[in-house]
Design a protein around this ligand. Structure first.
Ligand code: SF4
Length: 356
């Protein structure tokens, strides 16, 4: 069996930042309870590991005791949540991904300029709920081309569409086409809202999956970008499974399979990929290659609110950066094993985005 590792895969810059924010708060305030509003990122292992270290995840701000520390997740929040946190005198640390904040800013600006905003995304997803909250009277969510006929439009010349950051590029394109057909003067966002990490992971799967017999996507079922990767593989004609970890591997998936592609969603930790890889090497004597579609080097700084907390606690935040290790380590791990594996980097010429 040959196993191909897609690169890029796994943690994006926004997830590195959000996870590291909670890590750094745990180190800064070891004796205080830490609350996180919503899952910090949509991955059950990341959440469980923090719970084991004493972090409490809540779905309502009134679950957080007054004067406590609360972290807002990478998916962003509505102003109402921010207000509720202020009323409870919470120390709020905002781990919203800057690329989600960018979409919030666009929504605020277009609403202020009198536009109706059509937000392409999944109703009820944390990110969409947060963005809608910025301008609830101006925003309508569009989930599919069928929704276009039910929109309430006052002035078709004062319309703009925005998108959730983790959509499938293809699905979004179909909806945008339907919107343009119905409203030829609709404006597009100043820059793409679907983020670089989503774009690059999807591009990698779209390039490699057609040459494989099976695609494994490591990620949780509530991770939008992980689910999209699975759908993209299936759309390319290759059976695909989304799995949280090695325990979900099924022997029947591998019958008559010679080439397996492994990728992971933007919130899936790399050690879970490594465990699956080790299992496939042990079970099938698999040979491993990594296909580099794009080498990502995006990094976000620590949020201002965390730096302020550091100052309050007597820690100088200047020069402080994300402390998580960005290198995957898997290629080195494969090399160290020697013999049984063949880590080869192959660069595929494909369109990819550096970032926004
Ligand atoms: S997937 Fe994109 S928008 Fe979401 S956290 Fe990662 S970089 Fe930010």
């Amino acid at each position: 069996m040959k196993v191909i590792l897609a690169n890029p895969r796994g943690f994006c810059a926004g997830v590195y930042m959000a996870v590291d924010v909670v890590d750094q708060i745990l180190a800064l305030c070891p004796d205080e309870p830490i609350y996180v509003y919503h899952e910090i990122v949509h991955n059950k292992h990341v959440v469980r590991r923090f719970e084991e270290r004493g972090v409490t995840f809540v779905d309502r701000i009134d679950e957080v005791p007054s004067d406590s520390i609360v972290v807002f997740s990478a998916h962003g929040i509505s102003p109402e949540v921010r207000r509720a946190a202020r009323e409870r005198r919470l120390t709020a640390i905002d781990a919203t991904c800057p690329l989600v904040t960018k979409v919030h800013m666009e929504a605020i600006r277009y609403a202020r300029d009198g536009y109706q905003i059509l937000l392409i995304g999944h109703s009820g997803h944390d990110e969409v709920v947060g963005t809608v909250g910025e301008a609830p009277d101006a925003i309508q969510v569009v989930e599919s081309p069928a929704d276009v006929h039910n929109l309430r439009i006052h002035n078709p010349n004062r319309l703009v569409y925005l998108t959730q950051t983790t959509l499938s590029l293809d699905d979004a394109e179909v909806i945008i086409r339907a919107l343009r057909h119905a409203f030829p003067n609709i404006k597009s966002p100043p820059s793409d809202d679907i983020c670089y990490a989503t774009t690059n992971r999807q591009t990698a799967v779209r390039c490699i999956a057609p040459d494989c017999d099976l695609v494994l996507v490591v990620g949780s079922r509530n991770s939008s970008n992980s689910v999209r990767l699975t759908e993209i593989a299936e759309a390319a004609g290759t059976p695909a499974h989304l799995l949280d970890d090695m325990s979900e591997l099924r022997a029947e998936w591998f019958e008559h399979v010679e080439t397996v592609l492994i990728t992971s969603g933007a919130s899936a930790p790399e050690d879970l990929v490594r465990e699956i890889l080790a299992e496939l090497i042990a079970r099938y004597d698999a040979v491993v290659q990594q296909y580099d579609v794009y080498d990502e080097r995006i990094e976000f700084g620590l949020p201002q609110s965390l730096k302020e907390l550091m100052r309050e606690r007597g820690v100088d935040p200047s020069g402080r950066t994300i402390t998580l290790d960005h290198s995957s380590g898997i290629v080195d791990w494969l090399n160290e094993r020697g013999g049984a594996v063949e880590p080869v980097r192959i660069t595929i010429s494909a369109p990819a985005r550096v970032g926004s």
